[in-house]
Design a binder for this molecule. Structure first.
Ligand SMILES: [Zn+2]
Length: 173
């Protein structure tokens, strides 16, 4: 038996999209028509646990599906929402991007009243976050599977690859 609802859904269910690492399907509790959930096939509770290369792929898939929703369902906008932690409204302990199609005056409430903070409160928060954000950009890369030297039939012959680039060079004026 699967550990959580999304892990179970990844095994069955009608999917909008799937590959080896990401699954997208219609939300069972849609905020609007066309509400899609995009989540990693592997079980991660919150975004912090997802490796960077998978975060990138997850958002690339979500962006493509969001674009498709715009074109096919002819909506005016989409919200991409991650409920990261129970305090943020997360009910299933498996990280997911909600893609919620939006239309003018659809009555969905994702707006908030801006709050006022003192200059000191804001300056302190800025300093703390700047310091803590110094590692942003140090991305975790996917581990490459080493090429097997035994499989000669699948390996690209080195010589012909070189020839190809040489031919390209010779074409240069
Ligand atoms: Zn799960």
């Amino acid at each position: 038996m699967a550990a959580c609802d999304y892990c179970a859904d990844a095994e069955k269910g009608e999917k909008i999209f799937e590959d080896e690492s990401v699954v997208a399907l219609m939300s069972s509790q849609p905020a609007s028509r066309g509400h899609v959930m995009v989540f990693p096939r592997e079980h991660y509770t919150i975004l912090e646990q997802v490796p960077d290369f998978l975060v990138g792929h997850l958002f690339a898939v979500a962006n493509t599906i969001s674009t498709t929703i715009f074109e096919i369902l002819r909506v005016h906008g989409t919200n991409l929402i991650i409920e990261n932690g129970t305090a943020a409204g997360q009910k299933t302990a498996h990280v997911a991007i909600n893609i919620i199609p939006r239309s003018e005056n659809d009555g969905l409430g994702f707006n908030w009243q801006p709050k006022q903070f003192t200059d000191d409160e804001m300056a302190t928060a800025v300093l703390q976050l700047q310091e803590a954000s110094k590692n942003v950009g140090a991305f975790e890369e996917e581990k490459k599977t080493p090429l097997s030297l035994d499989k000669e039939d699948t390996a690209l012959p080195k010589a012909s690859e070189d020839d190809y680039f040489l031919r390209q060079l010779h074409r240069l004026p």
